[in-house]
Design a protein around this ligand. Structure first.
Ligand SMILES: Cc1cc2nc3c(=O)[nH]c(=O)nc-3n(C[C@H](O)[C@H](O)[C@H](O)COP(=O)(O)OP(=O)(O)OC[C@H]3O[C@@H](n4cnc5c(N)ncnc54)[C@H](O)[C@@H]3O)c2cc1C
Length: 493
């Protein structure tokens, strides 16, 4: 069956991984949920539903959680598991069969997807462009003996809509606006499972159930809720935060933003003590909230329609013709968030020093041997043992709560560059600490933010300084004028 037949998903969002035909003689269609961990506004699930519907086969949704990925910890497992309970419950109301797999020990999951796919007419999965996902897709491309499609539901503008990467945000913004001016990209269906009119699979093939501890259908949510994290070989020092995970909590956080924070967003998002930003990044990262849903909420809040679109101007305001707060939020959600997906989907080396623009590499290398006022090890940074109480407070917040406000996050990164032996070492430390502790880490945004510290998406600044060269400089002292640092340091000491 050809890819383009009867699809409601834009073809630019679909990648055919194995180039094998759909095989309707097999038992079911498999949606292997790995990144868009939600049942609503999800192009990948929509694609799996339409294949199942067209060949009239049951749909199985497999949501798996491995234990041996880098930085696996109680914090991230808890967040994902809370989402799995929501997804198991939401699937109950449909004709799809939900299957949860939580890998109990390292390597237990070997062969699971191969085995599932040997029963599947087709496999659909999520096309996430960073962390372990791209290497995993490459591995499976030669191992899975059926049609496998990867679907992009990451972004509002499809992440492969552009044929190049961008060195600064304003050139991405301009190109994005040009694309959108030709027509707002298609949105996913809000509830794709409502379209599923196929027989419901009662159970899985016994060979699957014998080999792996799979939690199926009605039982799944109870089993997931009862799971003890202590039994798993994951980092328990990185403990769960008070932030609950999952699409249900993601919807509550979304509501909070639209009812009480959006109206002052453009002013208060940069003020750390005001809690003025959305705090949606962990839910966006784990796919518990869809960017399309956020855009639709903005449309409702502003009574907006595409007829209001202005001419592309490359600026943060005046293109969407929404109000000032909505435009400020859209600039984060579409320009700053999506430029990272554009980068990771096109540049294999997105996490390497060499992916920095030439001017940034050159200036950092020219200043590599400059004397540092302080040099700390990874452990000292990790334990918040620097001389600077503000930096330590930010690190303590990251360890304790899994987040730092954006403004402090910039300072946090700039000081790591300032206080390490080399820019390459600073990069390593930022990646390690951000991805180990941040709920929203291991994301294209993580690499946008960390590499921004080193000059990506920025320009050269003067005067040229020791260590930083022409890279933008920030100090704890300048931050003190921004907000009540004393109170913050007291809270996180
Ligand atoms: C050193 C450093 C590391 C960072 N690491 C991460 C990370 O691991 N994960 C992460 O999601 N963001 C990261 N950022 C970007 C930014 O700090 C967070 O996206 C933002 O603080 C999330 O808070 P919010 O959801 O309240 O944002 P809001 O202001 O409410 O913005 C809405 C959404 O837009 C996106 N967004 C906002 N600011 C940025 C930005 N500067 N760059 C890219 N996308 C943005 C996020 O998806 C965010 O949830 C990092 C920034 C720096 C300087």
């Amino acid at each position: 069956m050809k890819l383009s037949l009867n699809t409601t998903v834009p073809s630019v969002r679909i990648r055919n991984l194995t180039h094998l035909p759909i095989n309707p003689s097999r038992s079911f269609v498999l949606y292997w949920m790995t990144a868009f961990r939600r049942t609503q506004s999800n192009f990948a699930l929509q694609r799996a539903v339409e294949i199942a519907q067209q060949i009239q086969k049951p749909l199985v949704i497999l949501e798996a959680l491995r234990c041996n990925y880098r930085w696996a910890s109680h914090r991230f497992h808890r967040f994902v598991l809370e989402g799995m309970v929501d997804n198991a419950t939401n699937t109950q109301r449909s004709n799809a069969l939900y299957v949860a797999y939580v890998e109990p020990e390292s390597q237990n999951g070997s062969g699971l997807i191969e085995h599932f796919s040997s029963h599947a007419a087709a496999v659909v999965s999520d096309d996430f462009p960073c962390f372990f996902h791209p290497a995993m897709y490459e591995r499976f491309a030669s191992r899975l003996m059926c049609s496998v499609e990867l679907v992009d539901s990451n972004t509002i503008l499809p992440m492969r809509a552009m044929d190049r990467t961008f060195s600064v945000a304003h050139s991405y913004r301009r190109a994005m606006q040009k694309e959108i001016a030709q027509g707002l990209p298609q949105f996913p269906e809000a509830n794709p499972l409502n379209n599923l009119v196929v027989p419901k699979l009662k159970s899985l093939p016994p060979s699957l159930l014998q080999h792996w501890p799979l939690w199926v259908g009605e039982d799944a949510s109870q089993k997931i809720s009862n799971l003890s994290l202590d039994a798993l070989p994951i980092d328990k020092e990185v403990a769960p935060t008070e932030e609950k995970g999952g699409p249900i909590q993601g919807a509550l956080v979304t509501n909070r933003f639209f009812t009480s924070r959006l109206s002052n967003y453009s002013e208060s998002r940069n003020e750390p003590e005001q809690a003025g930003s959305s705090w949606l990044s962990p839910y966006l990262h784990f796919g518990h909230v869809s960017p399309h849903t956020l855009f639709e909420r903005l449309v409702d809040a502003c009574e907006w329609s595409p007829a209001k679109l202005g001419k592309p101007n490359g600026k943060m305001t005046g293109f969407w013709n929404m109000n000032q707060n909505a435009e400020a939020f859209l600039d984060q959600l579409i320009t700053w968030r999506e430029i990272g997906f554009n980068m990771c989907s096109r540049e294999k080396n997105y996490d390497r020093f060499e992916s920095l623009p030439d001017w940034a590499q050159k200036t950092l290398e020219q200043h590599e041997l400059d004397e540092r006022p302080n040099v700390y090890s990874l452990e000292e940074f990790d334990q918040a043992k620097t001389h600077d109480p503000l930096w330590n407070a930010a690190q303590i917040q990251l360890r304790r709560e899994g987040r730092i406000h954006n403004y402090l996050r910039m300072l946090w990164g700039k000081k790591i560059l300032h206080w390490t032996a080399s820019p390459r070492q600073a990069l390593k430390i930022m990646i390690e600490l951000n991805n180990k502790y941040a709920l929203d880490g291991r994301d294209p945004n993580s690499y946008s933010g960390i590499f921004w510290v080193l000059g990506r998406y920025d320009r050269a600044w003067g005067p040229e300084r020791p260590i930083f060269g022409k890279i933008r400089y920030m100090t704890s002292e300048s931050t003190q004028s921004k907000f009540h640092v004393k109170q913050y340091i007291k809270q996180y000491s």
